[in-house]
Structures are given as C-alpha cells and as structure tokens.
Design a protein around this ligand. Structure first.
Ligand code: GLV
Ligand code: MG
Length: 323
C-alpha cells in the first residue's frame, strides 16, 4: 500500500451526508450535523436548470463554511452529460484547497476515472494546488460499472472509495422493486449480496473504502438501520445518509460495539506482550479462554482501527496476568 493510500484509507466515513448543492439552507445546516463526510451534490439532487448556480453556491460554502472534522466531497455529473467538465473546473478552481474528494457517479470503466484524474491534475497545476491531493470516489450504478469494478478501483492513485448506488443500479438491471435497498418481493434470499461483495472485494484488493448508498425511506430509521447492518456486517466502511435522523444510526452501525472495541484492544495488548521478550517471545497466547495468534491480531487491528477512528475510548486495560 502506498503511504498516500494508507493516509486516504484512514478517513472516517461511517456516515456520508448528501446535501443538494442548490440549497443554501441545507448547506448551512449540514455543517452542524455529526456526519463523518458531507458531499455537496451537483448531480441527481440538483435540477438541470439549477446546476450552473449551484456550482458557485458550492464554491462559496466550501470556502466560507465550517466543515471542520468532516471529509469534504463534491459529487459532479457523470461523463455522459454535458455538465461534468464545468462542474469540475468551477468547483476545483474556486475551492480546490477546501475540497478532499470529487465523487464521480455512474462510472463504467477505468477511462472515466483517468479522464477525471487528468482534468484534476491540470487544474491543480494551473491554480497552484498540490498535485494529486484531491481524491476520487467512484459510484458503481450499473451492470457495466460492476463488471469493470476491478479496473475502476485500480484506475488512479487518487481513488479512495467505491460507492454502491442502489437506486440507479436497481433501475439499470431492471430489478423488480421500487423501494431502494429493500429486497424485491418474491426473491427468497438477499438480492444485494453479490453486488455488495463484488464491490467490497475490489475495494479491499486496492486498499479503498467501500461505501453503501442511500436509503430513501427517510422516516424509517429502523429500516435504515437494518439495511446499514447488512453492509456493515460484510465489512463496508459506511453508508450515505439523506436526513439528520439517519446520521446517528449510521455512526453507530459502522463503529464497533464498545464490547468488541475493548476486546480488540485487549487482543492487541496481549499479543504484543506474548510476542515480546518479557512475555516469552511466543507465537500464540491465551487471553482468558481464547487462543490468539497473528491472524487474531489482524482481525483486532481492523476493529480497533474503526473504533479509534470513531473516537472511542477503551474501558478495560490489559495486565500480563491475563495472558
Ligand atoms: C445513488 O446515487 C443511487 O443511485 O442510489
Ligand atoms: Mg445514483
């Protein structure tokens, strides 16, 4: 893993808040919400006639707003429209220093990522920004994108996340359901399992984060929680939130439980002790009734990394007698 990607992979993204770029009231309110990431949208939450003005509204809010503690992303329009280049040029020239990533929707192949990478590089050089700092988030929203997800994940060192776009995806494959993220009636298993796993494998192969998309029944927080848990259980890093009511649920679902976080930190301590000189340089050890080894350490690192990124504090401490 390159050090650049290593740094990118560490950004917390449990909750990724969608904010229409054309709505100053929402852009104002979003700054006070506890989402790990905000993305200011120029695509589907922004009507075609509102897009030109929204580009400038976004520039203003990125430069003048208080987004501290949040990853700042702008979603541009996809390359099949006439809007993409102006979205990127206006936003990055106007507010590139206040932007962490550009999200590209409906990505179909590596060339679309490379085209965005080249455009970003030109703008960075022109306006004197550090070349390569702005990352790319790629949305997978149709069959072609999913079939090409490996080459998309590998297309640029700017890549940070692969994002599942369930609404467009369901439409693109003719899934027989209108409720985004919910199971289509009549199918006896999980209709999303293959798609989510395919995205997750590509993301993990290239050290990227995997993010689940929106849940549109915004008043049904329990429904949101269930769908979020499905992605979190597989290993996804976070999910979109469309409404303040979904933020807390997402932050909770994608962080480890306190018990799992404490357990992970204990495994790391116990393993570090047992493999040390003082602990007898052992390759495996016991923590209570549990045998732990190098593979346990790797699993514990994932859980502790997510807990630390979420600002959790441990409530137990390790003593050598426990090992
Ligand atoms: C998000 O963009 C989706 O299509 O679900
Ligand atoms: Mg979409």
């Amino acid at each position: 893993m390159s050090s650049e990607n290593q740094q990118r992979a560490l950004r917390p993204r449990r909750s990724c808040l969608a904010v229409p770029g054309s709505n100053p009231r929402f852009l104002e309110k979003a700054q006070g919400l506890a989402a790990d990431q905000v993305f200011l949208d120029l695509e589907d939450a922004c009507a075609p006639l509102a897009k030109p003005e929204a580009r400038h509204t976004i520039v203003k809010f990125l430069n003048e707003g208080d987004w501290s503690g949040k990853t700042r992303v702008v979603r541009v329009n996809d390359w099949t429209t006439e809007w993409t280049y102006r979205d990127v040029v206006t936003v990055v020239e106007g507010a590139g220093a206040a932007l962490d990533c550009v999200m590209l929707p409906k990505v179909q192949d590596a060339a679309q990522i490379q085209a965005l990478d080249m455009l970003l590089t030109q703008i960075e050089k022109t306006v004197g920004l550090e070349v390569g700092r702005i990352g790319i988030e790629a949305q997978i929203e149709n069959a072609k994108g999913l079939v090409n997800v490996d080459e998309i994940a590998a297309a640029s060192p700017r890549m940070e996340t692969i994002v599942f776009g369930p609404a467009d995806f369901m439409a693109s494959i003719n899934m027989k359901s209108l409720v985004v993220g919910e199971q289509p009636p009549g199918y006896p298993a999980d209709a999303y399992h293959y798609i989510l796993m395919r995205i997750l494998m590509a993301a993990r192969t290239h050290d990227l984060q995997a993010i689940d998309g929106p849940y549109l029944q915004i008043r049904d927080v329990e429904g949101y929680r269930k769908v979020a848990q499905r992605a979190a259980a597989l290993g996804f890093d976070g999910k979109w939130v469309l409404h303040p009511g979904q933020v807390e649920a997402s932050n909770e679902v994608f962080a480890p439980s306190q018990e799992d976080y404490d357990h992970a930190e204990m495994i790391l301590d116990a393993y570090a002790y047992c493999t040390s000189e003082a602990g007898g340089k052992k390759g495996s050890a016991m923590l209570g009734d549990e045998m732990i080894d190098e593979a346990s350490r790797k699993m514990a690192l994932v859980v502790s990394g997510k807990g630390r990124a979420a600002g959790m504090r441990r409530t137990t401490s390790f003593t050598p007698e426990e090992a």
